[in-house]
Design a protein around this ligand. Structure first.
Ligand code: HEC
Length: 279
């Protein structure tokens, strides 16, 4: 990485370092308040569009609007719908595994499951549904059929506002682990997620504009031309871990699920925009 870039980023101030023992509710207020103050002209709902929300990304946004006339993820979204409606050998479909037949529920994911004592993502629940119906779980949790089904389930709740249940102590514990992961520095470059996506949001990094952390939980799976396909949020997490030369974790590892739980809770009230197209 270019030295000047590293220096600029290293100088970014940790304006919003998390206060120990703050509640998720007060964290949420501080987190969203920070972005409101930092980018006063950006309407709240715009954060559902990732980096395109920022005034500095105006040109990228114009291109994106054009791309979105024929969204590049449409084929895969159709595939997700087809898979969703294809019966398992026992005649049941995915809809049989989910509340409300899977409609309008993705805005409550991920969730803390008191029974299994873990954060459950759509990806995990889709695989559990397969196993319960005699099908093999998907091994590829980053792209392919899994990403397409994840995208279709989010699409069925598109526009619904993120609302995560944080009422149990177990949920708060997982949230705190996710928060710690987000703010901890790592890798040879010693950056945290917050170094880039909080302190340096809206700045250039090697020709890319860094997007705000607010909105990370609402746009995935996303289609990126660098991927040439829809990818799940863990594919992005792995990429960002590698960026700072930190060891990426396994898809759907406890740490990544807790991180997704934290990031999505910080998006409380934002409309679900997945699947999306992202740079
Ligand atoms: C060295 C800076 C840097 C660090 C550190 C970093 N990222 Fe990123 N990240 C980027 C850039 C640049 C992009 C692409 C532009 C954008 O969308 O922000 C990106 C994109 C993302 C996106 C996609 C956003 C969207 O809506 O398309 C997510 C989610 C994300 N990062 C999460 C994380 C998490 C979680 C961490 C910590 C494990 C992290 N990043 C660490 C630079 C960084």
């Amino acid at each position: 990485m270019n030295r000047t870039v590293v220096a600029c980023i290293a100088l970014g101030l940790a304006i919003m370092a998390p206060i120990a023992n703050a509640s998720p509710q007060s964290d949420l207020k501080a987190f969203q308040g920070y972005f409101k103050k930092r980018f006063p002209t950006v309407p709240f709902n715009e954060y559902a569009n990732g980096v395109y929300a920022l005034p500095i990304a105006k040109n990228m946004r114009a291109q994106w609007k054009q791309i979105m006339q024929f969204p590049p993820y449409d084929f895969e979204l159709d595939k997700g719908k087809r898979l969703w409606n294809t019966p398992f050998k026992n005649g049941k479909t995915y809809a049989s595994c989910f509340k409300n037949g899977g409609h309008d529920i993705a805005q409550h994911y991920p969730y803390w499951d008191p029974r299994t004592k873990e954060v459950r993502t759509l990806v995990l629940d889709i695989n559990t549904c397969r196993v319960m119906n005699g099908a093999k779980p998907y091994k590829n949790l980053l792209t392919g059929d899994m990403a397409d089904l994840d995208a279709y389930m989010k699409y069925m709740a598109r526009g619904k506002k993120i609302s995560i249940d944080m009422s149990s102590p177990g949920a708060v514990k997982a949230y705190e682990a996710g928060r710690h992961f987000f703010w901890a520095r790592r890798g040879q470059l010693n950056f945290s997620c917050a170094t880039c996506h909080v302190d340096n949001a809206g700045k250039y990094l090697r020709g890319n504009i860094i997007g705000p952390a607010l909105g990370h939980g609402v746009g995935f799976p996303a289609y990126r031309s660098a991927w040439g396909t829809l990818g799940t949020i863990d594919k992005r997490y792995i990429g960002c871990n590698k960026k700072v030369r930190a060891q990426p974790l396994k898809p759907e590892s406890v740490q990544y699920r807790d991180l997704e739980f934290y990031e999505t809770y910080m998006d409380t009230g934002l409309p679900l925009s997945a699947p999306s197209q992202r740079p």
